[in-house]
Design a protein around this ligand. Structure first.
Ligand SMILES: [Zn+2]
Length: 206
């Protein structure tokens, strides 16, 4: 794991500052990188954002917005403390229960949704970003993706284009699809997940 050089990635650091400002996040965020086969980002404890080497290769290319999307996504996780205790708590109470998956799904979609909005991506760019990551990483789709609590990249694009804000309506829509694909749940399940998300996952903080 290596710290990114601020001089070498000047505009990336600038973008991180812009994103932090929009989120009202005053804490320092560290930008790091590490080798990986995949284009991915991770937000960890101590406000570290790791952006994989293949992702950094997009800096100053025509696909730069893919890198910025991932950067924004991870900083949003830090802002809402999605990556630390919250996730651990769901994991500890019930690893890979559908309830944990559904809560992770909402956290992930919030980060995706807000990242798109924050960067002002057009519908076409939203499609491009998700398609590029999907193809490079050979991501799974549908149920195989939901098993880890992640919406697949086509769903991310679909819901991001359809809604203008990360609203309760969007959460219902997402969770209805989740329940159908995973063959679980009912109205009570969804109500419980949304209630928990609102109570514990900083939904009302903007
Ligand atoms: Zn994420």
């Amino acid at each position: 794991m290596v710290k990114l050089n601020q001089k070498e990635y000047k505009d990336l650091f600038k973008k991180a500052e812009e994103i932090k400002q929009k989120l009202g996040l005053t804490e320092k965020v560290n930008l790091l990188t590490e080798k990986s086969k995949y284009m991915n980002g991770v937000a960890t404890v101590l406000n570290n954002v790791k952006l994989s080497k293949p992702l950094l290769k997009l800096y100053k290319t025509e696909n730069e917005h893919v890198l910025y999307f991932m950067l924004a996504h991870e900083i949003i996780h830090i802002r809402y403390q999605d990556s630390g205790w919250n996730r651990l708590m769901w994991g500890l109470t019930s690893i890979y229960s559908n309830r944990s998956r559904a809560l992770i799904l909402l956290m992930e979609m919030r980060a995706n949704f807000m990242a798109n909005a924050m960067l002002g991506l057009s519908d076409e760019e939203i499609d491009e970003v998700q398609r590029l990551i999907h193809c490079y990483n050979q991501n799974t789709t549908g149920k195989d993706s939901y098993k880890y609590g992640y919406p697949d990249r086509y769903k991310i694009a679909h819901y991001s284009k359809q809604y203008s804000s990360f609203s309760e309506e969007l959460m219902w829509d997402l969770l209805l699809d989740f329940c159908e694909v995973m063959k679980v749940g009912n109205k009570g399940f969804i109500e419980d997940v949304i209630r928990t998300f609102k109570d514990k996952c900083h939904f009302n903080e903007r």
